[in-house]
Design a protein around this ligand. Structure first.
Ligand code: DUC
Ligand code: ZN
Ligand code: ZN
Ligand code: ZN
Length: 466
């Protein structure tokens, strides 16, 4: 048993001085002021700290095969790094290989993830349409604890789906009580612009953002929302990085549509200037999709998070080391797309969100944990501190400073895109399933301690836009 004593418990709704008692079954037993310490119970002093639900990162890619290589953080190293940053659950992605069925792929990912140190669930990517996919979606929802599917509107000739597949999948998901998520970029436009740039001899990483301009994201986000509106089904847009996509989401919500938007801390703090360097590797590290944008887009992302029109923060955590990025030395379209971030998401959001006066601590909890738990139907098991919930808790020091560096991070990648950034606010202690797994810089992550998060269907009434 664990007695967290004297802290301020923060939920998405309110903050109150309270103790938290965690049981040996890994769940919260009691929350209230001045609780008695049961005999033999370990005590953690939380005076001056905020006691918050552990972070949930709804968008990671551990050991993902992608663009001819494999992301370097595996389910153990990646989730361990998450714990060091206060994140106690992830939702990763099953990406079916060509010709492999959804169920076999899901089983393969389950196997890979048995080494995870924190709890984990899966979205399953739909990359084609046929009767087997229709059936497998049913099995995944009804028997495998999957309640969300992913669609790439980009990555032509690889993961990209046409609108026809997207519509069929959205319809099927809604019959099943699952939700569709989309990577919104117009893949045909990206492929065209990439070829055009290469033909002009523009082969360096500075051409990457030019090949994926903001309009390409705005158009795809609007299209996904329009298609979902035709069917009256909910849709979740991952890594919203532009004013255009943020506005499309807000406008649809004003028409009564159920649309959600996710934001990455990377897009909140970096702009397109990261590509403007003659240091090839430095620029290549920031090659991810969608790319970093002209700075004014950040106001729309912050505005969306502050107003509640954008809902979650994630990282798209996808690590490629320098030697992997070098596959694109002569051709920017071959640089593996991805940036690391799971360890730093919460600190970046605290520093630039709460410390800078944009968000309240309650908003912070909503955006790092509660909203994700609600949208993907693991609330109130996750995302809140109440009796019966999983004892996934972070003791947050709101005033402590930390300078980010690859020399000290726990992610299995040879750089950190936030290198040298000094941030206020850090996870002093992280508790996963009732056990202390990170305290004052000491990481005690246990390989295989993470459990599969089975997420059940959430039937929503069809709702056409007004
Ligand atoms: N974008 C990335 O940068 N990496 C992984 C997949 C994606 O959509
Ligand atoms: Zn059907
Ligand atoms: Zn994506
Ligand atoms: Zn992704």
């Amino acid at each position: 048993m664990l007695h967290i004593r004297g802290g301020d418990v923060v939920t998405a709704e309110r903050t109150m001085r309270a103790d938290v008692l965690c049981g040996d079954d890994g769940r919260i037993l009691q929350v209230g002021p001045d609780l008695e310490t049961p005999a033999g119970c370990e005590v953690v002093e939380a005076g001056g700290l905020l006691v918050m639900p552990g972070g949930i990162d709804p968008h990671t890619h551990m050991e993902m095969p992608f663009m001819g290589t494999i992301a370097t953080d595996d389910f153990f190293t990646g989730t361990a790094a998450g714990l060091a940053g206060g994140t106690t659950s992830i939702i990763d992605f099953v990406i079916p290989g060509s010709g492999r069925g959804l169920l076999d792929s899901w089983k393969e990912w389950r196997e890979k993830a048995t080494k995870a140190a924190s709890d984990y669930g899966f979205h399953v990517a739909i990359t084609e349409w046929n009767d087997q996919v229709h059936r497998d979606m049913g099995t995944l929802v009804e028997e495998c604890g999957v309640n969300s599917f992913k669609h790439f509107m980009a990555y032509k000739n690889a993961l990209m789906v046409e609108d026809d597949t997207l519509l069929r999948s959205m319809k099927r998901a809604s019959e099943l009580g699952a939700i569709c998520t989309v990577h919104a970029e117009n893949g045909d436009a990206v492929a065209y612009l990439q070829q055009d740039l290469l033909a002009q001899g523009r082969t360096g990483p500075e051409a990457h953002p030019v090949s994926r301009p903001p309009e390409v994201e705005g158009e795809a986000a609007q299209r996904a929302i329009t298609l979902a509106g035709l069917l009256g089904v909910p849709v979740y847009i991952v890594h919203v990085s532009t004013e255009q996509a943020a506005k499309a989401i807000a406008d649809a919500r004003m028409r009564g549509q159920e649309v959600y938007g996710e934001v990455l801390p990377q897009h909140l703090v970096f702009d397109e200037s990261v590509y403007e360097t003659s240091d090839w590797l430095k620029a290549a590290r920031y090659v991810m999709s969608p790319p970093f944008r002209p700075r004014h887009h950040q106001s729309s992302l912050w505005g969306g998070l502050m107003s509640g029109q954008l809902h979650t923060t994630a990282t798209d955590h996808c690590c490629f080391c320098a030697n992997q990025k070098e596959a694109g030395l002569k051709d920017f379209t071959r640089i593996p797309n991805g940036t690391p971030g799971i360890e730093d998401r919460m600190s970046v959001l605290w520093h630039y969100g709460v410390k800078k006066g944009r968000l309240s601590p309650e908003n912070f909890v909503a955006l790092t944990s509660t909203n994700t738990a609600r949208i993907f139907n693991v609330y109130p098991r996750k995302g809140v501190i109440v009796p019966g919930a999983d004892a996934d808790i972070v003791l947050w020091d709101p005033d402590a400073e930390r300078t980010i560096s690859a020399a000290t991070h726990h992610q299995n990648v040879d750089y950190n895109i936030f290198e040298g950034m000094t941030l206020t606010g850090l996870a002093q202690t992280t508790i996963s399933n009732g056990k202390i797994v990170w305290q004052d810089g000491d990481l005690r992550a246990v390989k295989g301690a993470g459990r599969y998060l089975s997420r059940s269907a959430l039937k929503r009434a069809p709702r056409k836009p007004l």
